[in-house]
Design a protein around this ligand. Structure first.
Ligand SMILES: [Zn+2]
Ligand SMILES: [Zn+2]
Length: 264
């Protein structure tokens, strides 16, 4: 299977052939159908946050269940799911009080456990419980959310991070009240979702204070590489990075091109 390998800060990702483990008792193997390129992924590529390498980035995805562990009851092969980076245990104090996003005992293999992925026989780290820049993903069953089969994967994937972040900012963080006038700085994936969240909360005039995506400037130029996600040619058999390709090629599967809501 193919995956985009993160080699460390300020290096291009490379597409490599990697091996994926079989699902353990409570794990689910998922065929990745769509993955967003969230700016948080770029923060790790830029080195703003540390992460061990090699790793497979990507944390905003949707796909189809291919295989399940022998104790999985929530989903079955063929189910459509959204990947969820906020895996939860379901039995700690926070989970039982309705705050699974603050789970104190997140299940998973961890960095020290058996690797989810291997490349040339060496472990490749999973990223934020998801690692969606790979053809299949391997998740705990509490890191997926089952969805209807008629929802397009490109739109469902966005719910895995950008939509929940933006809608949650309006409903939970800002606690927008009916009739409010709401200003949202920035109209990217999260900002557009914040506007939608404000509308759901009953805001009278949700407004973005940034250009709509259709009028935003073109992608970053080579002089500002920190805002691009670079992908190099496969390096097999050596692990040396190859030639970079333009970011437009690397982000073909980005699902960020969401039209602004008509109410904005
Ligand atoms: Zn994200
Ligand atoms: Zn918990």
């Amino acid at each position: 299977m193919k995956a985009a390998i993160f080699h460390g800060p300020n290096q291009p990702l490379t597409i490599e052939q990697v091996e994926i483990d079989s699902p353990a008792a409570h794990e689910v193997k998922i065929r990745t159908m769509a993955s967003g390129v969230c700016h948080s992924d770029l923060h790790f590529v830029d080195g703003l946050y540390p992460y061990p390498a090699p790793a497979i980035l990507g944390h905003e995805a949707a796909g189809i269940v291919e295989e399940v562990g022998d104790q999985v009851e929530y989903v079955k092969p063929g189910d459509h799911v959204i990947a969820c980076l906020s895996v939860f245990c379901g039995h700690c104090d926070n989970c039982l009080s309705g705050k699974p996003n603050l789970c104190q005992s997140k299940p998973g293999r961890g960095f020290a456990g058996k690797p989810y992925f291997t490349w040339n026989g060496s472990p490749v780290f999973q990223f934020l419980n998801v690692s969606s820049y790979a053809e299949p993903m391997l998740h705990h069953e509490n890191a997926v959310v089952k969805i209807r089969e008629d929802i397009p994967f490109e739109q469902a994937a966005l719910i895995g991070c950008g939509v929940t972040t933006g809608v949650g900012a309006a409903l939970n963080t800002a606690q927008v009240e009916p009739g409010s006038t709401v200003a949202v700085w920035g109209a990217g994936g999260v900002g557009l979702a914040a506007i939608q969240g404000a509308r759901i909360a009953g805001a009278r005039r949700p407004r973005s204070l940034a250009p709509r995506m259709s009028s935003m400037p073109p992608p970053a130029t080579p002089s500002s590489p920190s805002r691009t996600l670079r992908v190099a040619e496969p390096t097999t058999p050596s692990k040396q990075s190859g030639t970079s390709v333009p970011p437009s090629s690397a982000s073909k599967r980005s699902t960020r091109a969401v039209p602004p809501p008509s109410s904005a």
